[in-house]
Design a protein around this ligand. Structure first.
Ligand code: ADP
Ligand code: MG
Length: 468
């Protein structure tokens, strides 16, 4: 649209309504209904004067829809514009009216929900991620507390917030919950959620399509992010280390930070682990608050599956939940995957939801992994890496605690993963008797039941083995 359309308020208003229709879904009645009862009076240098029929419409536009409207208007005018609304009962002649308006205003509550949904969509947020369905436990309580606080008072308490964890532990969920909650509290807030990957791709696109525009090439790209009230960026590790994206991110970060806009960052590792991150960026991250999320313990895994059961109204009994939680200890994503797998399997096979059914459903995937043909050498290597011990010491005679545990873990994993007879494992491990191996395997099998740490160690070592 040409800026000179500003000289024709009626045309300009049409364009505004058109743009809003494009941005919101077609069944959005609220915005159109309110705007249908408003019209444009005049445009001055940087103010759009609207008039409407009554106080109610005026108040609604001013309180609930001002920021969206301002944004659309400013974008179309290609400069910062302000909105002023007045009530004008007569003299509607000058007022351009959108005659398509039909929705009655008593739909307000429904409409507000609709508007929130639309804002969530525009912010790239999925409404399914909320604080309500995020289970809190020892492993994530700091991250959770910070996230909820930030959602209540964005920009005021902690800034920036940096949350890190391994995969599938709930970073994206938490980040999206922040955005969703802020929009629920105040639908007018401009929330931007993006991922490090999208940020990078969009920047590259902006640079390519803006060739020849010199330093204005990335103008729109920058503007988009810098208008955010709340900037949520997921998986920042994709941005770090690539010189141009890192630089661009740093500028965006600074601009928002200076304006005291809320910034929340997630990553697969803490800031200190970014080896090629410049000091000025690391120190900025560290100037706010940093929290990690650890893998869930047994209690937490059970709680998560019970929440899923409530959500799905699935009739899965507690003992099956316990069984799945015991088997899958890596992360929440895999836990959810296993839960769905068991439900689907039982349904497809017409079996009752019992521990046996769960075992044969999950056993299958464990067996699939075993088909990878793990050998004793691979187990030994992983155990040595994990505990920082030498293979010769595992095979040797010394009986320090630092060696006994890794040695028995090696026995256990060799038995479980390679199905080698006890005698052969004994031979492999420096000529030990088969009863020694049996004892070691039993000892670890017992420890796994009692000690969370042993279990987690086993999981981690298996991951090391499968990763090779
Ligand atoms: P990440 O971003 O850390 O890789 P996600 O946020 O994508 O992890 O989480 C993976 C899945 O596990 C999602 O479906 C998410 O809803 C679920 N999830 C993770 N943590 C929790 C939790 N504490 N409570 C409930 N669901 C969770
Ligand atoms: Mg994620």
């Amino acid at each position: 649209m040409q800026p000179n359309t500003l000289e024709n308020p009626k045309e300009f208003w049409k364009a505004v309504l058109g743009e809003i229709e494009l941005q919101l879904s077609p069944n959005s009645v609220v915005f159109k209904s309110l705007l249908g009862r408003a019209g444009i009076e005049k445009i001055t240098d940087n103010i759009i004067y609207l008039s409407c029929e009554d106080e109610f419409v005026k108040k609604n536009i001013e309180t609930k829809h001002r920021s969206l409207l301002t944004e659309v208007v400013s974008n179309l005018a290609r400069k910062e514009m302000e909105i002023q609304v007045s009530v004008k009962k007569q003299n509607t002649k000058q007022v351009f009216k959108n005659t398509e308006y039909t929705a009655p205003l008593f739909q307000q509550d429904k409409d507000t929900n609709q508007l929130i949904k639309e804002k969530q969509m525009r912010s790239n947020l999925s409404p399914k991620f909320t604080f309500e369905n995020y289970v809190m436990g020892k492993n994530n309580n700091l991250a959770y507390a910070i996230a909820t606080a930030v959602a209540e008072k964005p920009g005021e308490l902690y800034n920036p917030v940096f949350i890190y964890s391994g995969v599938g532990l709930g970073k994206t969920h938490l980040l999206q919950a922040i955005g969703n909650q802020i929009l629920r509290n105040k639908p007018g807030t401009k929330v931007i959620y993006t991922t490090g990957e999208t940020f990078t791709n969009e920047l590259i696109e902006a640079i390519q399509s803006g060739k020849g525009k010199g330093k204005f090439a990335t103008y729109e790209f920058r503007n988009k992010f810098r208008k955010a009230d709340v900037f949520l960026i997921d998986d920042i590790q994709f941005v770090i280390g690539k010189e141009s994206t890192q630089e661009e991110f740093f500028h965006t970060f600074n601009a928002l930070y200076m304006d005291q806009k809320q910034i929340v960052i997630t990553s697969d590792r803490p800031p200190r682990d970014f080896t090629n991150l410049e000091e000025r960026i690391t120190s900025r991250f560290a100037s706010g608050i940093i929290a990690d999320i650890q893998p869930p313990d047994m209690e937490m895994r059970v709680a998560i599956l019970r929440t899923l059961r409530d959500r799905d109204k699935s009739q899965i009994p507690n003992e099956v939940i316990d069984y799945i939680s015991e088997k899958i200890s890596t992360n929440v994503r895999e836990l959810e995957g296993a839960y769905i797998q068991v439900l689907t399997y039982a349904k497809a096979q017409g079996l009752p939801l019992t521990v046996e059914t769960a075992a044969s459903s999950l056993g299958q995937s464990v067996r699939e992994k075993l088909l990878k043909n793990v050998n004793m050498n691979e187990v030994l290597k992983a155990v040595c890496v994990y505990y920082s011990v030498k293979a010769s010491d595992i095979k040797g005679e010394r009986r320090h605690k630092e060696l006994v545990v890794p040695r028995q873990i090696a026995m256990y994993l060799m038995k479980e993963m390679t199905r080698t007879p006890f005698m052969s494992i004994g031979e492999f491990l420096g000529g030990r008797d088969h009863t020694t191996i049996m004892h070691g395997v039993e000892k670890i099998s017992e420890d796994i039941k009692k000690q969370e740490k042993t279990k987690q160690d086993i999981v981690n070592i298996k991951q090391l083995i499968y990763a090779n």
